[in-house]
Design a protein around this ligand. Structure first.
Ligand SMILES: CCCCC/C=C\C/C=C\C/C=C/C(=O)SCCNC(=O)CCNC(=O)[C@H](O)C(C)(C)COP(=O)(O)OP(=O)(O)OC[C@H]1O[C@@H](n2cnc3c(N)ncnc32)[C@H](O)[C@@H]1OP(=O)(O)O
Length: 289
């Protein structure tokens, strides 16, 4: 017997069921965590990770830890590819859960930012093939995490980009570097100084995303096609090539770890930034944009 978890919504409440499935008939392996649903198709050996933390899949400490740990498990299982998407069509993630930034406790800020960086690095550095199916808005942290994937497809009529400057925050330099890798230095400079959120079409024209799809289902099947297209590429050579093309960014990010964490703690932990964050949260709640 194989044990799986099935999550369903009944009358608005999330219900978790433990399923017992005979191994012979199983086509899905399922080992979801609290905030991230995971299923691995036994036939294709591809995993789908769905962020599932209402209301907006905010990236709090728990989500980041779960995500990192699930990726490690998928590496051990040697899946053929990982597709990252949202369980809620319309929002990939609202980025950092702003509640995590509403503190001047330096130890908490340091812990959060270390985890945030480590999770990004895990995704950026994984030898696994990764495809982001961006099936909704993807501001700030959402954009950043999708840039860590090998390929990005996005559904129409949503926004993606680094909007931190609009909020009065400064995005980390490695986010800017990663976006510049994809859209070029000049466009990244314009985007981050303006805190620009791009529409799906704009993001596609710039190269921030690779393809546009009509809906999540098309996104998932496109992602599977991309993963399949690597089937005849020697695995070891692909993994080493991925590592080589990413090595320079990685070395810089790791070299700058202490400075980056110090900047984050000082920037977010200052009274001035705390006021800005508080005002932004109020705007968000009253939808005054
Ligand atoms: C060198 C120094 C380095 C310094 C580094 C500094 C900062 C870090 C930098 C970069 C990394 C990343 C940063 C971030 O991610 S910051 C977060 C930025 N995110 C946003 O600005 C998104 C804000 N949200 C939205 O735009 C919208 O909510 C949405 C995601 C498009 C969804 O819209 P929708 O209309 O569907 O929902 P609501 O707006 O009604 O939201 C529902 C509910 O959720 C609350 N909420 C939304 N986003 C967040 C969030 N990010 N964190 C916490 N809470 C959020 C919203 O207030 C509503 O709450 P309510 O109680 O009213 O139901």
């Amino acid at each position: 017997m194989f044990k799986g978890i099935c999550r369903e919504t009944h009358n608005g409440n999330m219900v978790t069921k433990i399923l017992k499935i005979p191994k012979f008939f199983t086509c899905i392996r399922n080992f979801s965590s609290e905030n991230v649903l995971v299923e691995v198709n036994n036939k294709t050996n591809t995993a789908i990770l769905r962020l599932s933390r209402p209301p907006v899949n905010g990236l709090n400490l728990e989500v980041l830890n779960e995500f990192e740990s699930l990726l490690s498990q998928l590496e051990q299982q040697k899946v053929n590819g990982v597709i990252i998407t949202s369980n809620k069509e319309g929002i990939l993630t609202g980025g950092i859960d702003i509640a995590e930034l509403q503190t001047i406790d330096q130890r908490r800020l340091k812990k959060y930012w270390t985890t945030f960086r480590d999770t990004f690095l895990k995704l950026y550095n994984t030898p696994l093939l990764t495809v982001a199916v961006i099936n909704g808005h993807s501001p700030a942290g959402g954009c950043l995490f999708s840039t860590a994937c090998d390929y990005r497809v996005m559904t129409r009529n949503y926004n993606i980009g680094g909007n931190e400057t609009q909020l009065g925050l400064v995005a980390p330099i490695w986010f800017m570097d990663r976006v510049a890798d994809l859209i070029g230095h000049r466009q990244a400079e314009l985007a981050f100084t303006q805190g620009k959120l791009f529409s799906t079409d704009e993001a596609h024209k710039l190269g921030l995303i690779d393809e546009i799809v009509e809906n999540t289902a098309e996104g998932l099947s496109k992602a599977q096609i991309i993963i399949n297209s690597f089937a005849n590429v020697p695995k070891k050579a692909r993994e080493i090539s991925k590592r080589f093309t990413r090595q320079q960014f990685l070395d810089k990010m790791i070299r700058d770890t202490d400075d980056d964490i110090r900047h984050f703690v000082n920037h977010i932990g200052s009274n001035e930034t705390q006021k800005i964050i508080e005002q932004y949260m109020q705007k968000l709640k009253s939808k005054r944009f």
